[in-house]
Design a protein around this ligand. Sequence first.
Ligand code: GYE
Length: 306
Amino acid sequence: GGGSGTGSGAGKDDGQIVMGFSQVGAESGWRTANTKSIQESAEAAGIKLQFSDAQQKQENQIKAIRSFISQKVDIIAFSPVVESGWDTVLKEAKDAGIPVILTDRAVDSPDKTLYKTFIGSDFVVEGQKAGEWVKQEFASASGPVNMVELQGNTGAAPAIDRKEGFASVIGSDPKFKMLASQPGDFTRVKGKEVMEAFLRANPDIDLLYAHNDDMGLGAIEAIEAAGKKPGTDIKIVTVDAVKDGMQALADGKINFIVECSPLLGPQLMDLAKKVVAGETVPERVLTEETTFTQEQAKSALPDRKY
Ligand code: GYE
């Protein structure tokens, strides 16, 4: 384990790997399932986890990473709340000889030697899948299709990429009109609040695209409070497929969900062991995912673990 000879703090030379993990926060059902997966997998793999919750603040993540460096952990993993602004602290880790694994979300650092690997989903593809469904669903609609979009937190990889992927499929067809697109920070509360504003400003919304289930669930409350039927009057497509989202899909309040798996723990621990052992690992490890219709949600729900 971490540190050498005089090593102090977290890393003692008892052979156990010490991982410092900086999590985004607890903003969504996805995040809660992701945290559980990481904690359980660390335990199962015999890795000592120093877990730190950044409460959606980059400054807290930078502080946590610096503290992991001074504790001389064996490896640092983190899920960056935003894409930009990591070069300095990642350079500090590199100079200290501590390898870093990006988990779930990417950074935009041009220097790829600042981290060993990146494990997570392809968020552009997720946005494209949402767009393909919308295209099909409204294939026979002649008139304008009025859409609104709830984005994830500003500057986050999944917010940027899910927007881009969706627009790349839908954007070329003038039938589809994006009336409004605002951040809802991946939370239920903000999703509801922003949807209320969308409904006040736009009496005729046909479709909501929410970058995660939680914002979609908040929006459903706003739609119902406005006297409209979610899933019928306003079609809804979201990303994640956590249990509450799947339940709303099975209940007909959401129309389609693009899956994004939060169960990254087991693969992360495998990668960490290899990296610490000095083995080479792939630069990019992609998560496998599917999509769900209302019927598929009904059959998947009983076995859904999160
Ligand atoms: O979709 C959302 C969460 O980074 C993939 O973050 C993750 C996203 C997930 O808050 O629910």
